[in-house]
Design a binder for this molecule. Structure first.
Ligand code: HXC
Length: 513
């Protein structure tokens, strides 16, 4: 037995890379942590348990029989984060470039199946050159199995993808299919084909970071939900984020201790300017209304005209959707529509109530938006909110015009409670545009057209400005002082927290993708 145990220890050592200082150094030289270091940094200390460490490739072509590595360049297993179980895989770029062959894929598939069967989050730590070229169709098949499980697990368990090196070719779609994508500047590269192939095929010269770095995906493509300067910050945020989520759709998000302080915050009375054209930063409201330092922004640098993220309200995890008047006046354009719709569906999957903070002039007009499909993309917001069965609370802070009012505030979209500030302005459109259309002839024939226009604008605003007309129709439930926002949102949420909505059975809806 002693001999056998020695053999076991030796094999374990090989898997853990203890005898491969050169590979570890190479990884560090690239500014990256090793696959094992990442697991240690992400999980609760000593909680990781590895699965299938001895699986290895059986392919012999192209000299692969001499390159076999135990574990096949990926570590799979489970452990805990803040005491709650998660399943994960961590690709080892220092072995075969972390490339995905048949057994590498089988190991990932097994961990996906376990995460789904046990209803626990799945965390994918990607650092890979993509499909292992030497294994041909077996590699491609492996990706097919993984993608299918990503799709089947979607909405059932949270799936997080951390891009911690190259994620090229097939590898990008396991991340593209997951709920949230995390990237690290200078470390992560994500593209379906790298710069070399692009140069050959399209003659275009572009660097790795410019093509698929963290900033590109966090700011331009919207593929990444988070971008960090270091891997450590990335792991810290993953740990923080999971604390807002249930383990699966079958559970409710975990509550933290309730805070029973319903005092008013007078500062809130002076944040939203009465002048509808004046900008302000909606973060100032979010930071004051939700539990201290609980707001975790998602997609912070993408479509900044809207702000979305997770927060706690008196200990209850919620999803927050807010217009950002400081950026493009908080208008809804194509990217903002995608950002909101995806976030709302994420919240609905994981039983997070949604709170909308509204101040928007509406959908963005213009030929570029029309040509690029604002109708199709804007419809996603309508679809996502209509489909969502979690509690939905709205606070109309100032402007709520036209389609954006319908999408984000209207009773008929099944918002459970609609609150408004006294300065709320709910209309088909702003006064300027409205009088220009309905009083065009009247203005044109006036002795002083400009004076007449201003007079008609005043009349229009007197009729529609303020929330009281809407409240008299029952379309606004409550008008509140801004200083009471925190407690009033809490009471509104509390009134519908246990609601359930039964929907007729169907295969699935057909969201306008
Ligand atoms: C087999 C691979 C590999 C791969 C890297 N390696 N990618 N082996 N299959 N896909 C190996 C290299 O041969 C090398 O082995 C080691 O990993 C490290 O790679 P380097 O090139 O030396 O590292 P680096 O300079 O850091 O460049 C990393 C890289 C580059 C940018 C990822 O390796 C690269 O461009 N790889 C190919 C990426 C790609 O196009 N993948 C798409 C595959 S097709 P040695 O033995 O020399 O150390 C695909 C289709 C699926 O995924 C589509 C599904 C939808």
């Amino acid at each position: 037995m002693e001999k056998l145990l020695k053999e076991l220890e030796k094999r374990k050592k090989i898997n853990q890379g203890q005898d491969a200082q050169k590979r570890i150094d190479a990884q560090h030289k690239k500014g990256k942590m090793t696959a094992w270091e990442r697991i240690d940094a992400l999980l609760d200390k000593g909680s990781f348990s590895e699965i299938n460490p001895f699986m290895t490739s059986r392919v012999t072509d192209f000299g692969m029989d001499k390159k076999r590595v135990s574990g096949d360049a990926v570590i799979t297993g489970f452990g805990t984060i803040n005491g709650r179980k998660v399943y994960l895989f961590s690709q080892d770029f220092s072995l075969l470039g972390g490339s995905l062959g048949e057994m590498h894929a089988e190991k990932i598939v097994r961990i996906q199946d376990m995460a789904i069967a046990n209803q626990c989050p799945l965390i994918q730590l990607n650092d890979s050159g993509g499909a292992r070229i030497q294994e041909g169709i077996l590699s491609l098949n492996g990706y097919g199995k993984i993608f299918r499980r990503n799709a089947l697990g979607s909405g059932l368990i949270p799936q997080l993808s951390l891009i911690l090196g190259p994620s090229a070719g097939g590898a990008v779609y396991a991340s593209g299919l997951s709920d949230l994508v995390f990237m690290v500047r200078g470390v992560s590269r994500m593209y379906i084909t790298g710069p070399d192939v692009i140069k050959k095929v399209a003659g275009e010269e572009i660097g790795h970071e410019e093509l698929g770095g963290a900033d590109v995906h966090a700011q331009q493509s919207g593929v990444a939900h988070f971008a960090f300067d270091t891997e450590k910050e990335c792991f810290e945020t993953v740990r923080k984020l999971l604390a807002y989520l249930p383990q699966s759709t079958l559970e409710y998000p975990p509550l933290t201790a309730e805070i029973h302080d319903f005092s008013e915050d007078e500062t809130l009375n002076s944040i939203v300017p009465l002048d509808p054209e004046e900008a302000y930063d909606v973060h100032e409201i979010v930071e004051r209304v939700f539990d201290a330092e609980s707001f975790l922004e998602i997609h912070e640098e993408y479509a900044m005209n809207v702000v979305v993220g997770l927060a706690r309200l008196y200990g209850q995890p919620v999803g927050v959707v807010a217009n950002q008047p400081e950026f493009m006046a908080g208008v809804l354009d194509i990217n903002a529509s995608d950002k909101i719709a995806r976030f709302v569906r994420f919240c609905d999957c994981f039983n997070l109530p949604i709170i909308n903070l509204i101040d928007t002039p509406g959908y963005l007009p213009g030929s570029t938006q029309e040509f690029d499909g604002i109708i199709r993309h804007g419809a996603k917001i309508l679809y996502a909110y209509s489909e969502a069965t979690v509690p939905k609370i709205v606070l109309i802070m100032r402007k709520a015009y036209g389609g954006a009012y319908i999408a984000l505030c209207s009773r008929d979209m099944a918002y459970d409670r609609v609150l408004a500030y006294p300065c709320a302005d709910i209309a088909v459109m702003g006064a300027d545009g409205a009088v220009g259309i309905i009083f065009r002839k009247d203005i044109a024939s006036a002795d002083n057209p400009e004076e007449r226009r201003e007079e008609l604008k005043r009349q229009y605003m007197e009729k529609f400005a303020g929330p009281y007309l809407s409240a008299s129709y029952g379309l606004v439930d409550q008008v509140i002082a801004p200083s009471q926002t925190r407690s009033q949102l809490h009471f509104a949420l509390d009134s519908v927290l246990e609601k359930s909505e039964i929907r007729p059975d169907k295969k699935h809806g057909n969201i306008p993708l």
